[in-house]
Design a protein around this ligand. Structure first.
Ligand SMILES: [Fe+2]
Ligand SMILES: [Fe+2]
Length: 146
């Protein structure tokens, strides 16, 4: 049984990646910056996949509309384009800042709009979704320890 609801688990991921962006900005050494950038991209890819496979479909179904989910998926596509560009380069501070801005905006939408609505929805079992998220995350992180 998960100890936290799905929104809290997803927001833990958000906080972790925001912390990594701060570390990336504070880092000077090219190799450390490269490693942090790779970790940020990896964690974001897993997080977005979890949301798209488990959380967004449940939210969409409970809400009975595309609202919010459509915007969120659009923002994920934009983030993936930036991640693909970052992964092709050694170190690129400008792209990392662009990705950070995009992610901060997206996280804010989830925190301020989507999660508060999800917590009010009848028929959305956030504890059960948390269990699914935890199990799937463990699968996706195999071979990519944090
Ligand atoms: Fe998201
Ligand atoms: Fe998220």
């Amino acid at each position: 049984m998960a100890a936290h609801d799905a929104c809290t688990l997803l927001d833990d991921d958000h906080n972790e990646v925001i912390r990594l962006f701060e570390q990336h900005k504070a880092a000077h050494e090219a190799n450390r910056k490269r490693l942090l950038a790779a970790q940020i991209c990896q964690e974001l890819m897993v997080h977005m996949q979890l949301e798209e496979e488990i959380f967004y479909p449940a939210f969409r179904q409970a809400r009975g509309s595309e609202d919010l989910v459509e915007d969120a998926e659009h923002e994920h596509r934009e983030a993936r384009e930036l991640i693909a560009m970052i992964q092709q380069k050694q170190v690129d501070d400008r792209l990392m800042l662009e990705l950070e801005d995009a992610i901060l905006h997206h996280v804010n939408d989830e925190r301020e709009k989507m999660f508060p609505q999800a917590r009010k929805m009848q028929g959305l079992d956030l504890m059960q979704l948390a269990q699914q998220l935890e199990a799937r995350k463990a699968e996706l992180m195999v071979g990519h320890p944090a």
